[in-house]
Design a protein around this ligand. Structure first.
Ligand SMILES: NC(=O)c1ccc[n+]([C@@H]2O[C@H](COP(=O)([O-])OP(=O)(O)OC[C@H]3O[C@@H](n4cnc5c(N)ncnc54)[C@H](OP(=O)(O)O)[C@@H]3O)[C@@H](O)[C@H]2O)c1
Length: 278
């Protein structure tokens, strides 16, 4: 016969946490060590935890009937439902960047409408997802993402100024070689202007996770819209890093940095930027 010490100092007397009061036949010890009795309460708990996880997985999938949208007026920011926030996003442009962002955001549960000049022709628009004429697509958008050539924003505004007025607009356009890369000057002054998604090649937005973690997306926006833009950036799988209000010049400098490294210095397009903090 042998005694087994549990090291609890004699404070715990509840079986099986403490063995020290139990006398065990020496021959039985190896068997008991190999197969310690499983407390019934613990397995019930683990079943409950598994069920909760399954429920969370089910309920956090996009469910249009339980849609929670951003307050349409003001900069109230997105309203979270069940730890998730869904945003009604219109993407202008169905090319490389438009479809990359739109697909990722749709996969994340956001409601995506594309605005295209070819809404009546899915083949020309390049997507079979919800495509509308631009004016119609802008109507009930909570967020507008510009994914068309920067120079085309002049025409967009000329035709749709009233639909763009007061909207939160995320400008992903770049005018390569121009003094100012962003299109803010071409937009109605009333838009809530955010600058994001222009500092990386599109393939890094399609696949934002690198071997040591996900890439950062530095952005600028009105402070009242910060959380909405963060939600959109998170939806693409990037880590949002807020740079402040009206800081598009800094964001554009990061675009120039990306071009300098990826293209001019030959690092290649699979390149992203990250903020390191301790
Ligand atoms: N490529 C990148 O890696 C990258 C990265 C960051 C930012 N960007 C910027 O993102 C924007 C889009 O780039 P992209 O690579 O996606 O180009 P893209 O593949 O050529 O797509 C451009 C889209 O804009 C639409 N478009 C062109 N002119 C238009 C107009 N006047 N009105 C409405 N829609 C118009 C095109 O549709 P139509 O069929 O009607 O012509 C097309 O769907 C550019 O400003 C680019 O600088 C690109």
């Amino acid at each position: 016969m042998g005694r087994r010490s549990c090291g609890c100092g004699g404070t715990s007397r509840s079986y099986p946490q403490c063995w020290h009061l139990i006398t065990i036949p020496r021959m039985a010890l190896p068997t008991l060590r190999r197969k310690p009795p499983k407390p019934a309460a613990q397995s019930r708990r683990s079943v409950a935890v598994q069920r909760l996880a399954q429920t969370r997985r089910r309920t956090t999938r996009f469910d249009p009937l339980r849609w929670t949208s951003i307050a349409p007026e003001g900069n109230a920011g997105p309203v979270a439902w069940n730890e998730r926030t869904f945003v009604k996003i219109t993407v202008i442009g169905t090319g490389f960047i438009g479809s990359t962002l739109g697909q990722a955001l749709s996969d994340a549960g956001h409601q995506i409408t594309y605005g295209s000049r070819h809404a009546d022709d899915p083949a020309a628009a390049g997507t079979t997802q919800a495509v509308s004429p631009i004016g119609q697509a802008l109507l009930d958008a909570e967020v507008v993402i510009l994914a068309l050539p920067g120079a085309a924003v002049v025409d967009l505004t000329a035709e749709h100024a009233s639909a763009l007025a007061n909207k939160l607009v995320i400008d992903a356009t770049n005018q390569m070689g121009a003094d100012v890369a962003n299109a803010r000057a071409f937009l109605p002054a009333s838009v809530r202007y955010a600058r994001a998604f222009n500092t990386l090649g599109g393939e890094n937005m399609a696949d934002p996770v690198f071997s040591d973690g996900r890439a950062d997306m530095f952005f600028s926006s009105p402070s009242g819209d910060r959380s909405t833009v963060e939600t959109v950036i998170e939806g693409v799988g990037l880590r949002p890093v807020y740079v402040g209000e009206d800081q598009e010049a800094i964001i554009d400098a990061l675009f120039q940095l990306w071009i300098a490294l990826a293209i001019k210095q030959g690092h290649g397009r699979r390149l992203a930027l990250r903020l390191l903090e301790s």
